[in-house]
Design a protein around this ligand. Structure first.
Ligand SMILES: [Zn+2]
Length: 505
Protein backbone atom coordinates (compact mmCIF):
# COMPACT_ATOMS: atom_id res chain seq x y z
CA UNK A 1 0.00 0.00 0.00
CA UNK A 2 1.25 3.48 -0.68
CA UNK A 3 1.59 6.31 1.81
CA UNK A 4 -1.48 8.57 1.89
CA UNK A 5 -1.63 11.95 3.59
CA UNK A 6 -4.37 14.46 4.22
CA UNK A 7 -3.48 17.60 2.31
CA UNK A 8 -4.98 20.78 3.80
CA UNK A 9 -4.58 22.46 0.42
CA UNK A 10 -6.86 20.03 -1.42
CA UNK A 11 -8.91 19.08 1.61
CA UNK A 12 -8.43 15.42 0.69
CA UNK A 13 -6.46 12.29 1.36
CA UNK A 14 -3.85 11.99 -1.37
CA UNK A 15 -1.25 9.48 -2.36
CA UNK A 16 2.15 10.89 -1.45
CA UNK A 17 4.43 11.30 -4.46
CA UNK A 18 7.69 13.27 -4.42
CA UNK A 19 8.62 15.50 -7.37
CA UNK A 20 11.85 13.65 -8.10
CA UNK A 21 12.50 9.96 -7.42
CA UNK A 22 12.52 9.37 -3.71
CA UNK A 23 13.80 12.80 -2.65
CA UNK A 24 11.61 14.57 -0.13
CA UNK A 25 11.99 18.18 0.97
CA UNK A 26 10.12 18.99 4.16
CA UNK A 27 9.82 22.25 6.05
CA UNK A 28 8.38 22.47 9.54
CA UNK A 29 7.76 25.74 11.34
CA UNK A 30 9.92 25.68 14.45
CA UNK A 31 9.28 27.38 17.77
CA UNK A 32 9.34 31.07 18.53
CA UNK A 33 12.12 31.08 21.10
CA UNK A 34 10.71 33.53 23.63
CA UNK A 35 9.70 31.01 26.31
CA UNK A 36 9.82 27.29 27.08
CA UNK A 37 7.77 25.33 24.57
CA UNK A 38 4.57 23.81 25.99
CA UNK A 39 3.10 20.36 25.51
CA UNK A 40 0.75 21.66 22.81
CA UNK A 41 3.81 22.69 20.79
CA UNK A 42 5.34 19.27 21.42
CA UNK A 43 2.25 17.52 20.18
CA UNK A 44 3.04 19.04 16.78
CA UNK A 45 6.78 18.38 17.03
CA UNK A 46 6.21 14.73 17.98
CA UNK A 47 3.83 14.32 15.03
CA UNK A 48 6.47 15.79 12.72
CA UNK A 49 9.06 13.43 14.17
CA UNK A 50 6.76 10.48 13.48
CA UNK A 51 6.26 11.81 9.96
CA UNK A 52 9.98 12.12 9.27
CA UNK A 53 10.64 8.67 10.72
CA UNK A 54 7.89 7.17 8.58
CA UNK A 55 9.21 8.79 5.40
CA UNK A 56 12.61 7.29 6.11
CA UNK A 57 11.07 3.93 6.98
CA UNK A 58 9.45 3.97 3.55
CA UNK A 59 12.83 4.54 1.93
CA UNK A 60 12.59 8.23 1.08
CA UNK A 61 15.69 10.35 1.21
CA UNK A 62 14.67 13.21 3.45
CA UNK A 63 15.85 16.79 3.70
CA UNK A 64 14.04 18.40 6.61
CA UNK A 65 14.45 22.09 7.38
CA UNK A 66 13.24 23.73 10.58
CA UNK A 67 13.47 27.39 11.51
CA UNK A 68 13.85 29.03 14.88
CA UNK A 69 11.91 32.29 15.06
CA UNK A 70 14.25 34.51 17.03
CA UNK A 71 12.84 37.85 15.90
CA UNK A 72 9.13 38.71 16.09
CA UNK A 73 6.73 40.70 18.27
CA UNK A 74 7.06 38.25 21.20
CA UNK A 75 10.84 37.83 21.28
CA UNK A 76 11.31 41.59 21.00
CA UNK A 77 8.83 42.33 23.78
CA UNK A 78 10.33 39.77 26.18
CA UNK A 79 13.99 40.52 25.51
CA UNK A 80 13.29 44.18 26.12
CA UNK A 81 11.56 43.38 29.41
CA UNK A 82 14.54 41.23 30.44
CA UNK A 83 17.03 43.95 29.48
CA UNK A 84 18.89 41.58 27.15
CA UNK A 85 19.86 41.68 23.49
CA UNK A 86 17.61 39.63 21.23
CA UNK A 87 20.40 37.10 20.70
CA UNK A 88 21.24 36.69 24.38
CA UNK A 89 17.60 36.41 25.35
CA UNK A 90 16.63 33.85 22.71
CA UNK A 91 19.77 31.75 23.15
CA UNK A 92 18.49 30.40 26.46
CA UNK A 93 15.28 29.12 24.83
CA UNK A 94 17.06 27.75 21.79
CA UNK A 95 19.16 25.64 24.15
CA UNK A 96 16.13 24.60 26.20
CA UNK A 97 14.38 23.53 23.01
CA UNK A 98 17.34 21.37 21.98
CA UNK A 99 17.33 19.70 25.41
CA UNK A 100 13.58 19.09 25.26
CA UNK A 101 13.99 17.54 21.82
CA UNK A 102 16.54 15.07 23.09
CA UNK A 103 14.38 14.21 26.08
CA UNK A 104 11.49 13.41 23.73
CA UNK A 105 13.72 11.49 21.29
CA UNK A 106 12.94 13.91 18.46
CA UNK A 107 15.39 13.40 15.62
CA UNK A 108 17.39 16.41 14.49
CA UNK A 109 16.20 17.92 11.20
CA UNK A 110 18.90 17.95 8.54
CA UNK A 111 18.96 21.75 8.69
CA UNK A 112 18.01 24.09 11.56
CA UNK A 113 18.18 27.82 10.88
CA UNK A 114 17.69 30.96 12.92
CA UNK A 115 15.63 33.66 11.28
CA UNK A 116 18.18 36.35 12.18
CA UNK A 117 20.85 34.48 10.21
CA UNK A 118 18.83 34.87 7.00
CA UNK A 119 17.99 38.58 6.98
CA UNK A 120 19.85 39.19 3.68
CA UNK A 121 17.81 36.53 1.91
CA UNK A 122 14.59 38.00 3.28
CA UNK A 123 15.57 41.43 1.97
CA UNK A 124 16.11 39.93 -1.51
CA UNK A 125 12.71 38.26 -1.59
CA UNK A 126 11.00 41.44 -0.45
CA UNK A 127 12.84 43.38 -3.19
CA UNK A 128 11.53 40.91 -5.76
CA UNK A 129 7.98 41.35 -4.46
CA UNK A 130 8.29 45.14 -4.67
CA UNK A 131 9.68 44.91 -8.22
CA UNK A 132 6.75 42.71 -9.25
CA UNK A 133 4.33 45.15 -7.62
CA UNK A 134 3.09 42.62 -5.08
CA UNK A 135 4.44 44.81 -2.29
CA UNK A 136 4.54 48.50 -1.48
CA UNK A 137 6.23 50.79 1.02
CA UNK A 138 4.39 52.90 3.55
CA UNK A 139 5.94 54.94 6.36
CA UNK A 140 9.18 52.93 6.36
CA UNK A 141 7.43 49.53 6.36
CA UNK A 142 6.71 47.29 3.38
CA UNK A 143 3.41 45.46 2.96
CA UNK A 144 2.22 42.59 0.81
CA UNK A 145 -0.66 43.64 -1.43
CA UNK A 146 -3.17 40.83 -0.87
CA UNK A 147 -5.51 41.97 -3.65
CA UNK A 148 -2.70 41.55 -6.21
CA UNK A 149 -2.36 37.82 -5.52
CA UNK A 150 -5.39 36.14 -7.04
CA UNK A 151 -5.01 32.84 -5.22
CA UNK A 152 -4.94 34.36 -1.75
CA UNK A 153 -7.09 32.23 0.54
CA UNK A 154 -6.51 28.92 -1.28
CA UNK A 155 -5.26 27.14 1.85
CA UNK A 156 -7.74 28.64 4.30
CA UNK A 157 -10.63 28.77 1.84
CA UNK A 158 -11.69 32.18 3.06
CA UNK A 159 -14.00 34.63 1.45
CA UNK A 160 -11.99 37.74 0.65
CA UNK A 161 -14.83 39.93 -0.54
CA UNK A 162 -14.75 41.89 2.72
CA UNK A 163 -11.13 42.91 2.38
CA UNK A 164 -10.50 46.51 1.49
CA UNK A 165 -7.60 47.06 -0.89
CA UNK A 166 -4.83 48.91 0.92
CA UNK A 167 -6.07 48.25 4.48
CA UNK A 168 -3.04 47.16 6.47
CA UNK A 169 -2.18 45.15 9.54
CA UNK A 170 1.11 45.29 11.45
CA UNK A 171 0.82 42.50 14.00
CA UNK A 172 2.23 39.06 13.13
CA UNK A 173 -0.84 37.20 14.32
CA UNK A 174 -4.41 38.08 13.42
CA UNK A 175 -7.58 36.23 12.55
CA UNK A 176 -9.45 35.66 9.32
CA UNK A 177 -11.80 38.55 9.91
CA UNK A 178 -8.77 40.80 9.86
CA UNK A 179 -7.32 39.52 6.59
CA UNK A 180 -5.61 42.46 4.88
CA UNK A 181 -2.25 43.64 3.62
CA UNK A 182 0.39 42.34 6.02
CA UNK A 183 3.88 43.56 6.90
CA UNK A 184 6.88 42.00 5.14
CA UNK A 185 9.27 44.53 6.61
CA UNK A 186 8.66 46.65 9.67
CA UNK A 187 10.05 50.14 10.21
CA UNK A 188 12.19 50.43 13.35
CA UNK A 189 10.45 51.46 16.54
CA UNK A 190 11.99 53.26 19.49
CA UNK A 191 14.10 50.82 21.53
CA UNK A 192 13.60 47.85 19.19
CA UNK A 193 16.36 45.99 17.34
CA UNK A 194 16.69 46.69 13.61
CA UNK A 195 18.93 45.91 10.65
CA UNK A 196 20.38 48.42 8.16
CA UNK A 197 19.51 47.03 4.73
CA UNK A 198 18.89 48.17 1.14
CA UNK A 199 15.20 48.28 2.11
CA UNK A 200 16.07 50.83 4.78
CA UNK A 201 16.38 50.16 8.53
CA UNK A 202 13.92 47.72 10.07
CA UNK A 203 13.22 44.07 10.76
CA UNK A 204 11.36 41.30 8.97
CA UNK A 205 7.75 40.33 9.65
CA UNK A 206 7.20 36.79 10.88
CA UNK A 207 5.76 35.25 7.70
CA UNK A 208 8.53 36.15 5.28
CA UNK A 209 11.14 34.15 7.18
CA UNK A 210 9.57 30.77 6.46
CA UNK A 211 9.13 31.49 2.73
CA UNK A 212 12.78 32.47 2.54
CA UNK A 213 14.34 29.73 4.61
CA UNK A 214 12.29 26.93 3.08
CA UNK A 215 13.00 27.91 -0.54
CA UNK A 216 16.65 28.62 0.22
CA UNK A 217 17.29 25.02 1.27
CA UNK A 218 14.54 23.10 -0.54
CA UNK A 219 14.01 24.97 -3.81
CA UNK A 220 11.04 26.98 -5.07
CA UNK A 221 8.71 23.98 -5.04
CA UNK A 222 9.05 21.25 -2.47
CA UNK A 223 7.03 18.37 -1.06
CA UNK A 224 5.87 18.92 2.52
CA UNK A 225 5.19 21.89 4.75
CA UNK A 226 3.85 21.29 8.22
CA UNK A 227 2.79 22.98 11.45
CA UNK A 228 -0.06 23.20 13.93
CA UNK A 229 -3.56 24.09 12.68
CA UNK A 230 -3.19 27.52 14.29
CA UNK A 231 -0.57 28.31 11.65
CA UNK A 232 -2.88 27.79 8.66
CA UNK A 233 -4.04 31.39 8.93
CA UNK A 234 -2.46 33.79 8.53
CA UNK A 235 1.04 32.30 8.61
CA UNK A 236 0.88 29.59 5.97
CA UNK A 237 -1.59 31.44 3.77
CA UNK A 238 0.84 34.36 3.73
CA UNK A 239 3.80 32.09 3.04
CA UNK A 240 2.06 30.76 -0.06
CA UNK A 241 1.23 34.28 -1.26
CA UNK A 242 4.78 35.60 -0.76
CA UNK A 243 6.48 32.60 -2.33
CA UNK A 244 4.20 32.03 -5.31
CA UNK A 245 3.99 35.75 -6.11
CA UNK A 246 7.79 35.90 -6.19
CA UNK A 247 8.49 32.71 -8.16
CA UNK A 248 5.33 32.18 -10.20
CA UNK A 249 5.56 28.50 -9.25
CA UNK A 250 3.59 26.31 -6.84
CA UNK A 251 5.24 26.58 -3.43
CA UNK A 252 4.37 23.38 -1.59
CA UNK A 253 2.63 20.17 -2.68
CA UNK A 254 1.40 18.76 0.63
CA UNK A 255 0.36 20.83 3.64
CA UNK A 256 0.03 18.76 6.85
CA UNK A 257 -1.42 20.29 10.01
CA UNK A 258 -1.67 18.87 13.53
CA UNK A 259 -4.79 19.53 15.60
CA UNK A 260 -4.72 21.21 19.01
CA UNK A 261 -3.94 19.57 22.29
CA UNK A 262 -6.48 20.20 25.03
CA UNK A 263 -6.15 19.46 28.75
CA UNK A 264 -8.97 17.63 30.54
CA UNK A 265 -11.29 18.66 27.75
CA UNK A 266 -10.43 22.34 28.04
CA UNK A 267 -8.26 24.69 26.05
CA UNK A 268 -4.84 24.89 27.66
CA UNK A 269 -4.20 28.37 29.01
CA UNK A 270 -2.16 30.04 31.70
CA UNK A 271 -5.25 31.68 33.17
CA UNK A 272 -6.97 28.30 33.70
CA UNK A 273 -3.90 26.93 35.50
CA UNK A 274 -3.75 23.95 33.13
CA UNK A 275 -0.77 25.13 31.13
CA UNK A 276 2.22 22.80 31.07
CA UNK A 277 5.65 23.02 29.57
CA UNK A 278 7.51 19.74 29.11
CA UNK A 279 9.59 20.69 32.14
CA UNK A 280 6.53 21.13 34.33
CA UNK A 281 5.74 17.45 33.78
CA UNK A 282 9.29 16.21 34.23
CA UNK A 283 9.74 17.85 37.62
CA UNK A 284 6.58 16.09 38.74
CA UNK A 285 8.28 12.80 38.01
CA UNK A 286 6.66 11.94 34.68
CA UNK A 287 8.92 10.18 32.22
CA UNK A 288 9.89 11.66 28.86
CA UNK A 289 9.10 8.36 27.14
CA UNK A 290 5.55 8.35 28.56
CA UNK A 291 5.02 11.92 27.40
CA UNK A 292 6.28 11.06 23.92
CA UNK A 293 4.01 8.02 23.81
CA UNK A 294 0.95 9.98 24.87
CA UNK A 295 1.61 12.75 22.35
CA UNK A 296 2.13 10.19 19.58
CA UNK A 297 -0.77 7.90 20.40
CA UNK A 298 -3.58 10.03 18.97
CA UNK A 299 -3.62 10.49 15.17
CA UNK A 300 -2.42 13.99 14.41
CA UNK A 301 -5.65 15.30 12.87
CA UNK A 302 -7.67 14.52 16.00
CA UNK A 303 -7.78 16.67 19.14
CA UNK A 304 -5.50 15.21 21.74
CA UNK A 305 -7.03 15.33 25.20
CA UNK A 306 -4.14 15.41 27.64
CA UNK A 307 -4.87 14.05 31.13
CA UNK A 308 -2.64 12.79 33.92
CA UNK A 309 -4.64 9.58 33.83
CA UNK A 310 -3.62 9.24 30.18
CA UNK A 311 -0.02 9.84 31.12
CA UNK A 312 -0.15 7.06 33.73
CA UNK A 313 -1.67 4.72 31.18
CA UNK A 314 1.04 5.63 28.69
CA UNK A 315 3.67 4.72 31.26
CA UNK A 316 1.95 1.37 31.87
CA UNK A 317 1.64 0.65 28.15
CA UNK A 318 5.35 1.21 27.68
CA UNK A 319 6.07 -1.10 30.62
CA UNK A 320 3.95 -3.81 29.01
CA UNK A 321 5.90 -3.55 25.78
CA UNK A 322 9.27 -3.51 27.53
CA UNK A 323 8.28 -6.50 29.65
CA UNK A 324 7.21 -8.37 26.57
CA UNK A 325 10.51 -7.71 24.87
CA UNK A 326 12.33 -8.83 28.02
CA UNK A 327 10.29 -12.02 28.06
CA UNK A 328 11.05 -12.64 24.38
CA UNK A 329 14.77 -12.32 24.91
CA UNK A 330 15.19 -13.78 28.42
CA UNK A 331 12.70 -16.63 28.81
CA UNK A 332 13.75 -20.06 27.63
CA UNK A 333 11.46 -21.75 25.13
CA UNK A 334 11.63 -25.26 23.80
CA UNK A 335 13.31 -25.71 20.44
CA UNK A 336 11.41 -25.58 17.18
CA UNK A 337 9.03 -23.23 15.42
CA UNK A 338 5.32 -22.48 15.52
CA UNK A 339 4.37 -21.36 12.04
CA UNK A 340 0.97 -19.94 13.02
CA UNK A 341 2.61 -17.75 15.65
CA UNK A 342 5.20 -16.51 13.21
CA UNK A 343 2.44 -15.58 10.79
CA UNK A 344 0.79 -13.72 13.65
CA UNK A 345 3.92 -11.57 14.14
CA UNK A 346 4.14 -10.82 10.41
CA UNK A 347 0.45 -9.94 10.20
CA UNK A 348 0.92 -7.49 13.08
CA UNK A 349 3.81 -5.89 11.24
CA UNK A 350 1.67 -5.57 8.12
CA UNK A 351 -1.20 -4.05 10.13
CA UNK A 352 1.20 -1.56 11.73
CA UNK A 353 2.58 -0.53 8.32
CA UNK A 354 -0.88 -0.23 6.77
CA UNK A 355 -2.00 1.99 9.65
CA UNK A 356 1.00 4.28 9.26
CA UNK A 357 0.50 4.47 5.51
CA UNK A 358 -3.05 5.58 6.22
CA UNK A 359 -2.15 9.20 7.02
CA UNK A 360 -0.12 8.11 10.06
CA UNK A 361 -2.89 6.40 11.99
CA UNK A 362 -0.82 5.95 15.12
CA UNK A 363 -3.73 4.70 17.22
CA UNK A 364 -4.22 1.73 14.91
CA UNK A 365 -0.49 1.16 14.68
CA UNK A 366 -0.38 0.88 18.46
CA UNK A 367 -3.42 -1.35 18.50
CA UNK A 368 -1.80 -3.74 16.03
CA UNK A 369 1.25 -4.21 18.22
CA UNK A 370 -0.67 -4.59 21.47
CA UNK A 371 -2.92 -7.24 19.96
CA UNK A 372 0.20 -9.11 18.89
CA UNK A 373 1.71 -8.84 22.38
CA UNK A 374 -1.47 -10.19 23.95
CA UNK A 375 -1.54 -13.21 21.61
CA UNK A 376 2.14 -13.94 22.08
CA UNK A 377 1.89 -13.72 25.87
CA UNK A 378 -1.01 -16.16 25.79
CA UNK A 379 1.00 -18.55 23.61
CA UNK A 380 3.94 -18.30 26.00
CA UNK A 381 1.71 -19.00 29.01
CA UNK A 382 0.32 -22.09 27.27
CA UNK A 383 3.78 -23.34 26.34
CA UNK A 384 3.07 -22.99 22.61
CA UNK A 385 5.85 -20.49 21.95
CA UNK A 386 9.05 -21.92 20.45
CA UNK A 387 12.62 -20.64 20.49
CA UNK A 388 12.49 -20.19 16.72
CA UNK A 389 9.57 -17.76 17.04
CA UNK A 390 11.57 -15.07 18.76
CA UNK A 391 12.95 -13.45 15.59
CA UNK A 392 9.72 -12.41 13.82
CA UNK A 393 8.30 -10.94 17.03
CA UNK A 394 11.48 -9.05 17.79
CA UNK A 395 11.52 -7.83 14.20
CA UNK A 396 7.98 -6.42 14.42
CA UNK A 397 8.74 -4.74 17.74
CA UNK A 398 11.95 -3.24 16.36
CA UNK A 399 10.20 -1.88 13.28
CA UNK A 400 7.43 -0.41 15.38
CA UNK A 401 9.95 1.21 17.70
CA UNK A 402 11.82 2.86 14.84
CA UNK A 403 8.79 5.13 14.71
CA UNK A 404 7.52 5.26 18.29
CA UNK A 405 10.93 5.11 19.94
CA UNK A 406 10.01 4.26 23.54
CA UNK A 407 11.34 0.73 24.13
CA UNK A 408 14.82 1.77 25.21
CA UNK A 409 14.72 2.67 28.90
CA UNK A 410 16.83 5.81 28.80
CA UNK A 411 14.59 8.17 30.79
CA UNK A 412 16.60 8.30 33.94
CA UNK A 413 19.89 8.65 32.12
CA UNK A 414 18.53 11.61 30.14
CA UNK A 415 17.00 13.31 33.16
CA UNK A 416 20.29 13.09 35.02
CA UNK A 417 22.25 14.25 31.97
CA UNK A 418 20.16 17.41 31.62
CA UNK A 419 20.02 18.16 35.35
CA UNK A 420 16.36 17.37 36.01
CA UNK A 421 17.33 14.87 38.68
CA UNK A 422 20.61 14.34 40.42
CA UNK A 423 22.14 10.89 40.37
CA UNK A 424 21.44 9.18 43.67
CA UNK A 425 24.43 8.93 45.93
CA UNK A 426 24.65 7.97 49.57
CA UNK A 427 25.58 11.57 50.39
CA UNK A 428 22.43 12.82 48.66
CA UNK A 429 20.39 10.13 50.40
CA UNK A 430 21.58 11.50 53.73
CA UNK A 431 20.77 15.07 52.78
CA UNK A 432 17.30 14.29 51.49
CA UNK A 433 16.57 11.77 54.21
CA UNK A 434 15.74 8.86 51.91
CA UNK A 435 14.18 5.78 53.40
CA UNK A 436 16.11 2.53 53.72
CA UNK A 437 14.18 0.99 50.87
CA UNK A 438 15.18 3.88 48.62
CA UNK A 439 18.78 3.40 49.73
CA UNK A 440 18.53 -0.22 48.71
CA UNK A 441 17.48 1.00 45.27
CA UNK A 442 20.70 2.99 45.04
CA UNK A 443 22.63 -0.20 45.66
CA UNK A 444 20.79 -1.91 42.81
CA UNK A 445 21.50 0.88 40.41
CA UNK A 446 17.78 1.41 39.72
CA UNK A 447 17.16 5.05 40.37
CA UNK A 448 13.83 5.75 38.77
CA UNK A 449 11.61 5.09 41.78
CA UNK A 450 13.11 7.88 43.83
CA UNK A 451 13.17 10.43 41.07
CA UNK A 452 10.60 12.80 42.49
CA UNK A 453 12.40 12.99 45.81
CA UNK A 454 15.34 14.55 44.05
CA UNK A 455 13.77 17.65 42.64
CA UNK A 456 16.49 20.26 42.40
CA UNK A 457 16.36 23.40 44.55
CA UNK A 458 15.88 25.48 41.44
CA UNK A 459 12.89 23.40 40.35
CA UNK A 460 11.31 23.65 43.78
CA UNK A 461 11.72 27.44 43.73
CA UNK A 462 10.06 27.56 40.34
CA UNK A 463 7.06 25.57 41.59
CA UNK A 464 6.74 27.83 44.59
CA UNK A 465 6.82 30.89 42.33
CA UNK A 466 4.07 29.37 40.21
CA UNK A 467 2.04 28.57 43.31
CA UNK A 468 2.44 32.18 44.51
CA UNK A 469 1.23 33.40 41.14
CA UNK A 470 -1.79 31.09 41.28
CA UNK A 471 -2.65 32.38 44.75
CA UNK A 472 -2.34 35.98 43.59
CA UNK A 473 -4.74 35.19 40.78
CA UNK A 474 -7.13 33.53 43.18
CA UNK A 475 -6.66 30.06 41.66
CA UNK A 476 -6.43 28.34 45.04
CA UNK A 477 -7.31 24.90 43.68
CA UNK A 478 -4.25 24.90 41.45
CA UNK A 479 -2.10 26.40 44.22
CA UNK A 480 -3.19 23.60 46.52
CA UNK A 481 -2.47 21.00 43.88
CA UNK A 482 1.08 22.30 43.57
CA UNK A 483 1.52 22.15 47.34
CA UNK A 484 0.27 18.56 47.34
CA UNK A 485 2.54 17.58 44.48
CA UNK A 486 5.51 19.02 46.31
CA UNK A 487 4.45 17.17 49.43
CA UNK A 488 4.42 13.90 47.50
CA UNK A 489 8.01 14.68 46.60
CA UNK A 490 8.72 15.20 50.31
CA UNK A 491 8.98 18.97 50.02
CA UNK A 492 7.24 20.82 52.85
CA UNK A 493 6.06 24.41 52.40
CA UNK A 494 5.67 26.94 55.18
CA UNK A 495 3.79 30.14 54.41
CA UNK A 496 4.63 33.24 56.42
CA UNK A 497 4.13 36.97 56.12
CA UNK A 498 7.45 37.37 54.34
CA UNK A 499 6.79 34.63 51.81
CA UNK A 500 7.01 30.87 51.43
CA UNK A 501 9.87 28.83 52.87
CA UNK A 502 10.45 25.20 52.06
CA UNK A 503 12.34 22.24 53.40
CA UNK A 504 12.83 18.63 52.52
CA UNK A 505 11.08 16.19 54.80
ZN1 LIG B 1 6.66 29.24 9.65
Amino acid sequence: MSFRVYNTLSGQLEEFKPLHDNQVGMYTCGPTVYDFAHIGNYRTFVFQDILRRWLKYRGYSLRHVMNLTDVDDNTIRNSKAAGLSLRDYTEKYVEAFQVDRQLLSLEDPEIVVRATDSIDDMVKLIQTLVEKDYAYASEGSIYFRVAAFKNYGQLTKIDLSGIRDGARIDSDKYDKNNARDFALWKAPKEGEPFWETPLGPGRPGWHIECSVMSMKYLGETFEIHSGGVDLIFPHHENEIAQSEAATGKPFVRYWLHAEHLIVNGEKMSKSLGNFYTLRDLLVQGYKPSAIRYLLAAVPYRRHLNFTFEGLHQAQQSIERLRNFRLRLTQESFSAGENKALQDRARAACQAFEDAMDDNLNTAEALGAVFAMVRDANTAMDRGEFRAGDRAPFLDTLERWDRIFCVLEDSDHEKLVKFGFIKPLTVELADRTGLTDSARAVIGNGHHGAAATELMSDEEIERWIAERDEMRRKGNYARADEIRQNLQKADIILEDSKVGTRWKRK
